[in-house]
Design a protein around this ligand. Structure first.
Ligand code: ADP
Length: 267
C-alpha cells in the first residue's frame, strides 16, 4: 500500500488479512472530522472544473459487504458536490433484460459522459462476487471476467474516463453491530433485509472473492483502494483524498473564452 490512500499495488500479492479494517493511520478522529469539510469543498470545485473542461469523465466504483457504508460514503463525500454533472447508479439483481445481455452491458450504459462523474453503488464487480459466491455462473465463466473487466476499464481510460475504485473493507464485528443497529433503530429498520444474514454466513467466501478481485483487477490505470472502513470518518477522508488526487492529476482547465468575448456588456 502506498501512502495513506490504501492503494493495492498492481502486481503485488494482496492478502485481505494483512489489512486492518479499523486502521486510521496518521489521523485522529478530531483531525479527520476537521479535514472533511474542506475536502468536500475541494471536490465540488474540481467537479465544476471537470464539467467546464469537458475532456475527461470520472467513474467512481464502490464495493463492499452489506453495511460496509457505500450509501453513507456517497452521502458524506459528495455532500457539497452539485447535482449537475454528478450521478449515482445503483445496481441490484439484474432484470431479465439485463441478464439476457453480456455482464458489462448494463454498466456501460451508465458510464459517465465527458465532464461528468458517475458513482457506481455496486458495479460489474458483483459479477465476480455475488455471482461467484452463489454459484450463479460456473467457475469457467467468472474466471474469464477478470480479464474482460480489465479490458473494459482500459477502454474507458483510453477514451478519457478516470476509473477510481474503492473496496470498503469492514470487519465482521463492525458489520454485526451495524446490522444490529438496523434491527434496533426504527429509522434504520427499512434497510434491514433478512437476506443480509444469509450473506453474512458466507463471509469467508466473500472474503476470498474480494481478495481475488483485488489481485486480478488492481491495475496501473485503475488500481483498487482497499479502504479501512470500520471508522466512517476515516473511510470518508480516504475516499475524498483519493478522488481529489486523481482529479488534480488531470490538469483540468477552464476553456478559453471564444474570440471576441471581451469588454463591457452595454445592451
Ligand atoms: P444495497 O444492498 O446495495 O443497498 P439493494 O438492496 O438493491 O442495494 O441490493 C442489491 C442486491 O443486488 C445485492 O444483494 C446484490 O448482491 C444484488 N446484485 C447486484 N448485482 C448482482 C448480480 N450481477 N447478480 C446477482 N445479484 C446481484
Amino acid at each position: 500500500m502506498s501512502d495513506h490512500l490504501h492503494v493495492a499495488e498492481p502486481g503485488k500479492q494482496f492478502r485481505l488479512e494483512h489489512h486492518a479494517p479499523e486502521a486510521t493511520p496518521g489521523l485522529s478522529e478530531d483531525e479527520g472530522e476537521a479535514l472533511l469539510p474542506e475536502l468536500r469543498l475541494r471536490l465540488d470545485e474540481l467537479q465544476e472544473l471537470l464539467y467546464a473542461d469537458r475532456r475527461s469523465a470520472v467513474l467512481v466504483v464502490l464495493q463492499g459487504m452489506d453495511a460496509a457504508g457505500k450509501d453513507g460514503t456517497i452521502r458524506s463525500v459528495f455532500r457539497e458536490v452539485g447535482p449537475l454533472g454528478c450521478m449515482v447508479a445503483n445496481f441490484g439483481v439484474p432484470t431479465p433484460e439485463e441478464a439476457a445481455h453480456d455482464f458489462l452491458w448494463r454498466y456501460h450504459l451508465q458510464a459517465p459522459a465527458r465532464g461528468r462523474i458517475a458513482i457506481f453503488n455496486r458495479s460489474y464487480y458483483e459479477s465476480v462476487l455475488v455471482e461467484r459466491v452463489h454459484g450463479l455462473v460456473p467457475k469457467s465463466v467468472w474466471k474469464g471476467r477478470y480479464g474482460a473487466i480489465n479490458r473494459f476499464e482500459a477502454l474507458l481510460a483510453a477514451e478519457g474516463t478516470v476509473v477510481v475504485k474503492f473496496f470498503l473493507h469492514v470487519s465482521k464485528e463492525e458489520q454485526r453491530q451495524r446490522l444490529q443497529e438496523r434491527v434496533d433503530n426504527p429509522k434504520k429498520r427499512w434497510k434491514f433485509r433478512e437476506g443480509d444474514l444469509d450473506e453474512r454466513k458466507l463471509w469467508d467466501d466473500y472474503g476470498a472473492a474480494y481478495e481475488d478481485m483485488v489481485n486480478e483487477c488492481s491495475t496501473e490505470t485503475a488500481p483498487w483502494h482497499v479502504v479501512p472502513a470500520d471508522h466512517k470518518w476515516y473511510r470518508d477522508v480516504v475516499v475524498a483524498r483519493a478522488l481529489i488526487r486523481r482529479l488534480e492529476a488531470l490538469d483540468l482547465r477552464y476553456p478559453e473564452a471564444a474570440p471576441g468575448i471581451v469588454g463591457t456588456i452595454v445592451i
